[in-house]
Write a protein that binds this ligand. Structure first.
Ligand code: FAD
Length: 316
């Protein structure tokens, strides 16, 4: 059975949940193998082994930072040449999507971005994509090998399956053209004790209805151990950082529980959260469109409802 490569998403060797999801999907198509860019592969190996990576191709080269698309595409092309995989799965993101496009040009493989499901298909790799703000579901089969697919986070539950995760070093020589761009500074991320938005089991989001006071939203999030999200209206008003925006031009989340507080439910917001398992909305307007897609709705003022909900969870 041919290998299916999964690009590992990690911070200093700490493997993110979306990698476990991609390895789970890879097992449906072929033999999963990971591609690790960086020097901390030993920290990552146990988790990669736990989710079924038979091999871990390691690109440990300072010219391939993993945060610029051109060197990453060249590194992946080198791994493809060595491994001849049937497919490559990458986590969806701005850099990975650009790298995937470049890789498709280099390898002649078929490309699908923003997939929400991947499976073995008739004559190739079957993919499902949500398109146009999640208003359409597109099903396609990638018939040109290697199939290159970027997959959105939180689309499949990770399932463990122990494997060897044998390390295979890959030599990569990055071209001068790909090395031409350099990262000269990175903005430090604000430290938060809350979970990462795209990986959280629970998300509590605030919108324009907060009037800029996210205190009750954050207090409720903290008793649940939830991440905090925001609508674009709240972000555009400067009340919350863009990194917390949920929606078409923000992040896509798919937690077990999504609580929308003072959010009307515009389609661009839905595009980022409508695959959540259970959706709850608190809105003082009973006609708000968000109530069309909720499992539970509370018609009320969030400044009354949230403190009571917070106390109830504390008391439970
Ligand atoms: P509003 O639509 O103003 O709704 C506020 C809600 O709060 C109302 O329903 C009101 O009844 C309720 N409310 C007010 N006070 C209270 C209270 N005290 N208690 C309870 N409820 C209260 N939006 C996103 O969110 N994410 C995106 O990624 C995104 N991308 C976009 C991309 C494009 C190209 C475009 C054109 C738009 C995009 N938008 C996005 C914007 C989107 O169309 C909406 O404008 C936005 O989602 C509205 O945010 P909101 O629900 O917070 O505000």
């Amino acid at each position: 059975m041919a290998e299916v490569l999964v690009l590992v998403d990690h911070i200093d060797g700490q493997v993110k949940k979306n990698t476990a999801e991609l390895l789970t999907l890879a097992r449906r198509i072929g033999e999963p193998a990971a591609v690790f860019v960086g020097s901390q592969v030993e920290a990552a190996r146990p988790r990669l082994a736990q989710f079924g990576a038979g091999k871990v191709y390691v690109v440990d080269n300072p010219d391939v930072t993993g945060t610029l698309a051109a060197p990453l595409a060249e590194a992946l092309a080198a791994v493809v040449e060595q491994a001849s995989p049937a497919a490559i799965l990458l986590p969806t993101g701005a850099i990975t999507k650009e790298a995937a496009g470049r890789l498709a040009v280099k390898t002649g493989g078929g490309l699908v971005t923003d997939a929400t499901n991947v499976d073995a298909g008739d004559g190739g790799v079957a993919t499902t994509q949500s398109a146009f703000a999640a208003n359409y579901t597109v099903e396609s089969v990638v018939t040109r090998e290697p199939a290159i697919v970027t997959v959105k986070a939180n689309t499949t539950p990770p399932q463990a399956s122990q494997a060897g995760a044998t390390v295979v070093p890959v030599d990569v020589t990055v071209s001068d053209v790909a090395k031409a761009a350099k990262i000269t500074a990175t903005e430090p991320k604000a430290k938060s004790a809350r979970p990462e938005l795209t990986e959280a089991q629970y998300v509590v989001s605030g919108g324009r209805g907060t009037g800029g006071d996210f205190g009750p939203v954050e207090a409720f999030a903290d008793v649940l151990g939830a991440a905090v999200g925001a609508s674009r209206a709240a972000v555009d008003a400067g009340w919350y950082p863009h990194s917390n925006q949920v929606g078409q031009t923000g992040k896509q989340v798919s937690p077990q529980l999504y609580v929308a507080c003072g959010i009307s439910g515009a389609i661009q917001h839905r595009a980022g959260m409508q695959t959540s398992k259970t959706i709850v909305a608190i809105n003082k307007d009973e006609e708000a469109p968000i109530f069309e897609l909720v499992d539970f709705g509370v018609v009320g003022d969030l400044f009354n409802v949230l403190p009571q909900a917070t106390e109830a969870v504390k008391a439970a």
